[in-house]
Design a protein around this ligand. Sequence first.
Ligand SMILES: *Cc1c(COP(=O)(O)O)cnc(C)c1O
Length: 406
Amino acid sequence: MELPIYMDGHATTRVDQRVVEAMLPFFGEQYGNAASRDHRFGWTARDAVADARAAVAALIGATAREVVFTSGATESNNLALKGVAEAARDRGNHIVTAQTEHRAVLDPCARLEQQGMQVTYLAVRGDGLVDPEALEAAMTPATVLVTLMVANNEIGVLQPIAELARLARSRGVPLHTDAAQAAGKVPIDVEADGIDLLSLTAHKLYGPKGVGALFVRRGVAVAPLLDGGGQEAGLRSGTLNVPAIVGFGRAAAICAEEMPREAARISRLRDRLRDGLQRSLAGVTVNGATTPRLPHNLNVHFDGLAGEQLLTGLDDVALSSGAACTSSSREPSHVLRALGLDDARARASIRFGLGRFNTEAEVDYVIEKLSSLVTQLRSPAPVFVLGTDDRDLPPEWRVESDSEVD
Ligand SMILES: *Cc1c(COP(=O)(O)O)cnc(C)c1O
């Protein structure tokens, strides 16, 4: 077993070696521009992009022509939200989302509000799920988009996306979903689930950073964010990042093929981690619904601790207390707050993101390491002050039995 151990798979994942191999030729001799029509370099790049597009489409049950390559889920979300809002300007000015969405949805919503859109941020239940009735009540004749994520990036809960999409569709409103965490980990089928727009990103599914996609159902109007060469059917101008797109395609194909086996293996590891922590420590509570939940996610609260304290003590395990994108601010997680946890409880929570490369031995190491750390942090530090009567100290500082040295 090698240290440090990586268990922050919701922030990013290691690029699979098979993905690296697929990308390499496109950094070398295959350097063509996928839009060059007049020579073999261009054709090779174009064909490789077409294969990748088909693989990404297959992962989510879409057709290849409905997949637009972007720089990642942040861009895909921006394109979906701002693009639909602009294209639908004459029809309405209202968007429905939820309080527990990723910043890459909440911040574009905030921008749109500055520009005159109305946004409803649905509260979630204590288990992190959106109540379909709340969605139904929130939609108005002015609603032009509903955007609700498939899987939450902190607590891993899976929204009843097919039901939510059906409700939106019954009111003639398209549904966008940020599937950055769900894609490649749990089955998604945009047809069966009735999803109209879907964002995903390669680096959360063992592909490279800086490449993602937006699925846009045929017939859904989206205005582009970027104007230029008209690539990606005019929705995303700019020369395609061919090596990254090839890697994304390979990563998506591997996920599609290995998902059932991998999800079963990783969820066993996750359960082992949860059970191990709960066996060796009291006061360990899972945040969010236990099911339906991403197979690789665990988010737990430790009674009587501060989260940062815990993470600084864990030098050889990569973990986080919340979203990487917001952890610089050190604010308590807006997701955990939305579940009803107070600031202290939110701060004393840790998110585990297991993945393809984690092993049972690593899980056992983390259980042991974390259990002894938590036990140590929970026990009050003994205080010895020479010449001071114990009874003058605050009760929590008093050293019980051994303090009376005769
Ligand atoms: C990681 C993540 C994003 C951002 O994806 P990038 O590709 O890094 O821009 C957006 N939404 C969710 C739910 C994520 O987990």
